[in-house]
Design a protein around this ligand. Structure first.
Ligand SMILES: *Cc1c(COP(=O)(O)O)cnc(C)c1O
Length: 403
């Protein structure tokens, strides 16, 4: 099997750029009879030549020795190579959804009596997990201001703090965190830092910035076509890999190889899609800043964004998801009518597909420590439509708002 897997970690060829990695990772030629794409491997039972071999294989379960379908197969491994490669980690584990990728590391590194720190801007279902099931299991969580400094975070630190959770920019509200400083504090205190890097994808390199675990919803840009759900947990050490695999396999997590195959297909075109969508989104965000109906545009690549300096220091680019805050004079009903009236923007959860989306944000309702400014916010995802058409659609919507 070893000749079928790419070298990882230190052996990974250095200095290949993002688009090249996406084109070449995860498709070693021996696996495919010369075809460009590896096949889909579906399977539960894995046959061994002897009983002895079966026992030997089970002992090597953290390596890519396949013992049973739940350990993942070649299709999973190919996708793991792509994700680990673009995030700069050594090992990746694919799970069925982005939310499973959030839950697995939290449960791998936390137990009853432990304490977790989470940003107040965290992805809603991660907050629900912390406040619901984790609390029920005796794991306490403190929510912190996402823009906190390392000193501020140190003041919230408890002797039993075992996990520092990060997400930058924050879900719906796009605060940029000082991840290197916060992750360094976690490391100095012997805690595990984990970051939801779904927005950053490869523009943010979590391990180079001092994080231990990186979470991605591959459902978003990697899938890219709004037709699959998948998540990834990437780490940078053997010990963390074992902890993640033990938790993931121990809870029976699995992802469909067909969905992994679709994610691999999505990954091949992701660099081009991302570059196009990044450009269009930033241009639309800049234009929205000039509109009198809009109070704030929450896009970290705009110089006016409060997190811009950190974003510029730590990220090599942006994706196409950002928020707008309407002037407080507009009611929720008026902003809903604006969104309802758009013709090219779908109203729906998720993002990263080829199609544009608009959803009103209710993040203010769940805040614990950092209240949001007054006014209704809307999250926009810019897809692959022609930018001028998208802008015209938004412009007509804004023009329909009461003067
Ligand atoms: C969508 C999302 C997830 C969860 O992904 P699913 O595949 O939908 O479960 C996790 N984190 C962030 C930031 C997301 O936007």
């Amino acid at each position: 099997m070893d000749d079928e897997t790419l070298p990882r970690g230190a052996a990974k060829p250095a200095a290949r750029r993002f688009a090249t990695e996406l084109t070449h990772l995860g498709r070693p030629p021996v696996r495919s009879h010369g075809f460009v794409n590896p096949p889909v491997h579906r399977g539960s039972t894995v046959l061994t030549p002897s009983c002895e071999a079966r026992i030997g294989n089970a002992k090597r379960r953290f390596e890519r020795v396949m013992t049973y379908g739940t350990q993942g197969g070649p299709t999973h491994h190919a996708l793991e190579d792509v994700v680990a490669g673009i995030e700069g980690g050594t090992h990746c584990t694919i799970v069925g959804t982005g939310l499973a990728a959030v839950a697995v590391p939290l449960l791998a590194f936390l137990k009853a009596g432990d304490h977790c720190l989470m940003p107040d801007s965290v992805y809603g279902p991660a907050r629900n997990l912390a406040e619901g099931m984790m609390a029920g299991w005796g794991i306490a969580t403190t929510f912190y201001d996402p823009c906190i400094t390392a000193d501020g975070l140190a003041a919230l630190w408890q002797p039993n703090t075992k996990v520092l959770y990060l997400e930058s920019p924050g879900s719906h509200t796009f605060e940029v965190q000082d991840v290197p400083a916060l992750a360094a504090l976690a490391r100095s205190r012997g805690a595990v830092s984990m970051i939801d890097n779904t927005w950053g994808i490869h523009h943010f390199q979590p391990f180079a910035k001092g994080c231990d675990v990186s979470i991605q919803a591959l459902t978003k840009y990697v899938g890219g076509h709004s037709d699959i759900l998948l998540g990834s947990v990437t780490v940078n050490t053997e010990a963390h890999h074992h902890a993640i695999r033990a938790a993931s396999a121990g809870m029976g997590h699995y992802a469909s190889p067909d969905d992994c195959w679709l994610a691999l297909r999505g990954a091949r075109t992701m660099a081009v899609r991302l570059a196009h969508q990044e450009r269009a989104a930033l241009s639309i965000a800049r234009w929205l800043q000039t509109r009198p109906e809009i109070a704030e545009v929450w896009h970290p690549a705009l110089p006016e964004h409060p997190g811009h300096a950190i974003w510029k220091r730590d990220f090599s680019g942006a994706c196409s998801l950002f928020g707008v805050l309407f002037q407080p004079r507009y009611t929720e009903a008026e902003v809903f009518a604006f969104v309802d009236g758009l013709t090219l923007f779908g109203i729906g959860a998720s993002w990263g597909g080829y199609e544009s989306l608009a959803v009103p944000t209710n993040a203010a309702l769940t805040r614990r420590v950092t209240p949001l400014p007054r006014g209704q916010a809307v999250r926009l995802h810019i897809g692959l439509e022609d930018e001028a058409d998208l802008r015209a659609d938004l412009q007509s919507g804004l023009d329909r708002l009461p003067r």
